[in-house]
Design a protein around this ligand. Structure first.
Ligand code: PSV
Ligand code: MN
Ligand code: MN
Length: 383
């Protein structure tokens, strides 16, 4: 049990700056009180999540949503708050020029502009000390015949190679895939296989990131995780929940069993190290944002604790004996264990309140920001 506790204490879950701002759907953004007015205040809110969970020491930025004049100063601010800058997320999907694509656009001028943005993100990594660049491309087409599918892959490969060559020795990029949206006919990086193939060609500093909301319904995500880990190509996760498409709901809310199965494969595959980033990619449209992040972190911790509890020896023995029901029972025993008391104990041993949700609510932080901050910004999504 002491091993399990140590593993839980070591877990780090990165929260996204955009989770703290106002967000919504294309129908309506419901503004909340006390939301941050700039990236500095987003970091302050993220620091609260870390303060109450002890498990969220880094914060992902999204550029240009988090554009500031002095990134080193922003990183120093994070450090003063007890957190650090995590992945730099590029944004080549919210500019008029990108209507027909960014790095895969048929127009070389637009491709240049998009690639330059990605290179600028590497500069921001240098300035903030971030070691990870996250690349998601909304590129694709809406109609058959609209553009040459193969030429778009060539353009993508060219841009990725340029960014790859710009990375420092201790930097990497994670290529994110998504089945569809906003492109509805072809998407240029629609699945893990496409992302994987590009990353393999480029080398060890290119890895795949799995956003749990980016698959067709029914996709076995834990298989993808097992496969990518086996190939040394799993760079991390964008965790969130989905009921229908890319819903960006709280991790572990829609399908905690799936989250457990994913965490089991991470642990089984030797991916429970700092090489595999556990990031949240969520928006809290109707729920409070800081508590929404705290709840998400706790949900991931619970899935992780259950996955760590799987009796691997008993499981292997049952598997080797071809004992289908026995193996499944070992697996389900772990999943059906109530790990909340264990996690409460781990927190207490770390000097934290065993109930982060209640402790945050009692802290008065929300009342303070609601009074101080007027006119918070939108997260970028729903803008
Ligand atoms: C795209 O749907 C995505 O998952 C990418 O990670 C973006 O950068 C992110 O959403 C922003 O929320
Ligand atoms: Mn994502
Ligand atoms: Mn997404």
């Amino acid at each position: 049990m002491s091993d399990i506790k140590a593993a839980l204490r070591a877990q780090a879950i990165e929260t996204p700056s955009w989770a703290y701002g106002n967000s919504g759907t294309r129908f309506k953004v419901f503004a909340q009180r006390g939301v941050p007015r700039d990236p500095y205040e987003k970091l302050a809110d993220a620091a609260q999540v870390h303060a109450f969970t002890g498990a969220a020491p880094s914060v992902a930025l999204h550029i240009p949503w988090d554009k500031v004049d002095d990134y080193a100063d922003l990183a120093a601010h994070a450090s003063n708050l007890g957190v650090r800058i995590g992945a730099i997320n590029s944004n080549v999907f919210q500019d008029d020029d990108y209507m027909l694509g960014s790095v895969t656009n048929p127009d070389p001028r637009v491709r240049r502009k998009a690639t330059d943005h990605l290179l600028e993100c590497v500069d921001i990594m240098d300035a903030t000390g971030s070691d990870t660049l996250k690349l998601w491309f909304s590129d694709g087409t809406n109609y058959p015949g609209q553009d040459d599918i193969r030429a778009r892959q060539d353009r993508l490969a060219e841009a990725l190679a340029e960014v790859y060559d710009r990375l420092g020795d201790d930097q990497r990029f994670l290529l994110e895939y998504k089945l569809f949206e906003p492109a509805f006919y072809t998407t240029d990086v629609p699945d893990w296989g496409t992302a994987y193939a590009h990353c393999v060609k480029l080398g060890p500093k290119a890895q795949v990131v799995v956003d749990t909301g980016h698959h067709a319904p029914g996709t076995n995500i834990e298989f993808i995780v097992a496969f990518l880990l086996r190939e040394g190509k799993l760079g991390g996760f964008d965790f969130n929940s989905r009921f229908y498409a890319d819903d960006d709901l709280m991790a572990g809310a829609a399908d905690p069993f799936q989250l457990f199965r994913i965490m089991f494969e991470v642990i089984r595959g030797g991916g429970y190290t700092e090489d595999v980033a556990f990031m949240l990619d969520q928006c809290h449209n109707i729920e409070a944002k800081i508590p929404g992040q705290i709840r998400s972190v706790m949900n991931i911790q619970e899935a992780t604790a259950k996955a760590l509890l799987v009796d691997r020896e008993a499981l292997s023995a049952a598997q080797a004996a071809g004992d289908v029901l026995g193996a499944n029972a070992v697996f389900m025993d772990a999943y059906n264990t109530d790990v909340r008391p264990l996690l409460a104990e781990v927190r207490a041993e770390q000097g934290l309140d065993p109930d982060p949700m209640a402790a945050y609510a009692r802290s008065g932080y929300f009342e303070k920001i609601a009074a101080e901050r007027v006119g918070g910004t939108q997260a970028g999504w729903g803008a």
